[in-house]
Design a protein around this ligand. Structure first.
Ligand code: NDP
Length: 335
């Protein structure tokens, strides 16, 4: 069967791609923003079944139409493309438009030109679940972040990304409910994601956002003091996130569900302690007297749905950090 994976150049997408290809049942087409990026992805996974198609900007009306018109038939679509960074300038341009219009574009194109598609899997986020202003005791898939478009405009740094994820996800559920298209929907609400980087990067700056704190610890940028762990105190390994996407696509009962995908709680001190223990050569780049700043009343999480329906078994923080550090040192030996 054939799968369309959007945002193929991304960190999470690179692992979703591996999970899809390792499974062996799927032919995958990825979208990339340029020929050059597409080629790089295709070369990185040779000699397996993969091709790419250029979608320059998911914000453009009808951006995905040509993909379905020229590459059909697809049986599944996995939509990961959406910006995640910490340098927001204009919340609409940087986050809200690509997230919301990108999602709407995928939905409309499938409905118009993708009659063979059975299921769409979307990468949402725990950002669409959590409410940092008043945390729930235990979060699960029934929670929705109470953040609006206006909140994003008023406070782009705090709310821009969060609003983009919650509004994009709500748009998708509303579309499926109202339009009753030929496909159903499953959503992965993964939390802060660590894990190995498996594509060549042009620079340390080009690294995906959620691995920055491990990169910065290794580079000695937190030698004086670790940055606070807040606002997110839960993490998950990217390989578990990838498997979640694959299973959300293939397990029949996953349709119509959100999945809160969380490996555990963590603090920056725990991450630093693992690096110090497993990579003693880098010990002097880390503060000796770092504080374990996980609040005693930290919010809880219920990930049982992801275990029961998707069969996830979560990777340990230790393994995830070790594998992440190894991948960074391989790519950047002089980090
Ligand atoms: P990356 O930055 O590595 O990937 C983002 C992807 O989206 C890239 O392929 C990027 O293309 C593409 N993209 C962004 N804007 C556009 C646009 N306007 N047009 C076309 N493509 C675009 O981040 P992640 O892998 O971390 O994130 C992937 C998904 O996972 C996102 O939906 C994110 O919200 C979600 N997520 C991430 C978490 C994390 O901790 N990392 C946690 C929870 C959810 P290009 O490379 O060309 O810029």
């Amino acid at each position: 069967e054939r799968v369309l994976l959007t945002g193929g150049s991304g960190f999470i997408a690179s692992h979703v791609l591996d999970a899809l290809l390792d499974d062996g049942r799927f032919q995958v087409v990825v979208t990339a923003r340029s020929e050059e990026k597409g080629k790089r992805i295709a070369e990185s996974v040779k000699p397996r079944q993969l091709s790419y198609v250029v979608v320059e900007d998911i914000v453009k009306e009808g951006a995905f139409d040509h993909v379905f018109q020229s590459q059909a038939p697809f049986h599944y679509v996995v939509h990961t493309a959406s910006p995640y960074h910490l340098g927001v300038q204009d919340p609409v341009k940087d986050f809200l438009d690509p997230a919301i219009k990108g999602t709407t574009g995928v939905l409309k194109s499938i409905k118009a030109y993708g009659s063979s598609v059975k299921r769409l899997v979307i990468t949402s986020s725990s950002a669409a679940i959590l409410n940092p202003d008043k945390h729930a005791e235990v979060y699960d898939e029934t929670y929705w972040a109470p953040v609006t478009f206006d909140d994003a405009i008023k406070n782009p740094v705090k709310n821009g990304y969060r609003a983009s994820k919650v509004l994009a996800e709500q748009t998708a559920w509303a579309f499926v409910r109202d339009e009753k298209p030929n496909f159903d929907l499953a959503v992965i609400n993964c939390t802060y994601t660590f894990g190995p980087i498996q594509r060549k990067l042009s620079s340390l700056e080009a690294m995906n956002t959620s691995n920055h704190r491990i990169r910065d610890m290794l580079a000695g940028k937190m030698k004086g003091a670790l940055e606070p762990t807040a606002p997110v105190f839960t993490w998950v390994d990217v390989r578990d996130v990838a498997l979640a996407h694959l299973r959300a696509m293939t397990v029949p009962s996953a349709g119509g569900n959100r999945f809160y995908v969380v490996g555990g709680h963590f603090s920056n001190k725990q991450v630093a302690d693992i690096i110090r223990r497993e990579f003693p050569r880098y010990a002097d780049r880390l503060p000796v007297d770092a504080v374990h700043d996980l609040p005693s009343d930290v919010y809880g999480f219920n990930n049982s749905k992801s275990k029961e329906i998707l069969g996830l078994q979560y990777t340990s923080l230790e393994k995830s950090v070790v594998d992440t550090v190894k991948s960074m040192l391989e790519l950047f030996p002089d980090i």
